[in-house]
Write a protein that binds this ligand. Structure first.
Ligand code: COA
Length: 218
């Protein structure tokens, strides 16, 4: 894993909803050069206050070596659109920049893959590993040795105790608490405010205190 450090490279923001707005604010704070956003919805994109470059295809006007992308598509339980953006542009040779808010506290030994997004107030303690395209959202706290697999989202204010593993594409809901050593399966959703006391298998949804499975709408 590398920690992408090319802070001079120009950026294109993909998407223009709420998550994109928060990322843009961080990028401007960091003094990054953002060429504009791409989004099929022009009126929404214009609200960001940066140039709207066009729909997603507008990215192809730029050589992959000349820009980095920022995945501005958020994920509230469903990761599908965010994943599609990431994988389709990676296939075409584009790389995604990591976005790390200066107000996040990250221990020196933490490993961050390219394209991770660590938002304001997040705390990542020693030994955490964050794989590609993950979001560690506002004020989330990860204690020692947590491993967050690719494309997972730890939502605002969630607390992961030591050595918690979060599977690929999983979602840990806002304000959820996961006790030490618990493994959350891939594609699983932990509901907002849940307290997770034991391992959760893949592809299910758990809510409540203590967390229990619920039926998911078709
Ligand atoms: C868990 C979640 C995905 C379920 O969504 P859903 O599949 O649409 O489920 P529903 O809203 O139909 O709820 C199904 C049942 O579970 C209950 N429920 C849903 N979410 C719950 C939660 N977080 N805690 C406790 N109960 C919950 C509902 O009250 C409902 O109960 P009922 O059948 O007795 O009426 C969603 O409620 C949630 O918590 N999402 C996380 C949001 C988040 O993290 N946002 C941060 C974005 S940055």
């Amino acid at each position: 894993m590398t920690h992408q450090a090319d802070s001079a490279q120009s950026l294109i923001l993909v998407g223009s909803g709420g998550h994109a707005r928060v990322l843009l604010s961080t990028l401007l704070l960091l003094g990054r050069r953002v060429l504009g956003s791409v989004d099929p919805d022009k009126s929404r994109a214009e609200l960001l206050g940066i140039p709207h470059l066009g729909g997603d295809d507008a990215v192809f006007r730029y050589e992959p070596a000349g820009v980095l992308l920022v995945n501005g598509v958020g994920s509230v339980a469903s990761i599908a659109n965010r994943l599609r953006v990431y994988e389709s542009f990676r296939k075409r040779g584009y790389d995604f920049a990591s976005v790390i808010h200066p107000g996040a506290i990250i221990a020196a030994e933490v490993q961050l893959a390219d394209g991770v997004q660590i938002m304001a107030g997040a705390i990542l303690q020693a030994g955490c590993v964050i794989e590609e395209n993950c979001i560690i959202n506002t004020g989330a706290r990860l204690d020692h040795g947590c491993v967050i697999h690719a494309h997972a989202h730890v939502a605002p204010g969630a607390v992961l105790s030591g050595e918690v593993h979060v599977g690929t594409r999983a979602h840990i809901g806002a304000g959820a608490i996961v006790i030490q050593g618990v493994h959350i399966g891939s594609d699983t959703i932990v509901g907002a405010g849940a307290v997770v006391l034991s391992h959760v298998p893949q592809s299910c949804t758990v809510v409540g205190v203590p967390a229990r499975p619920i039926k998911v709408k078709a």
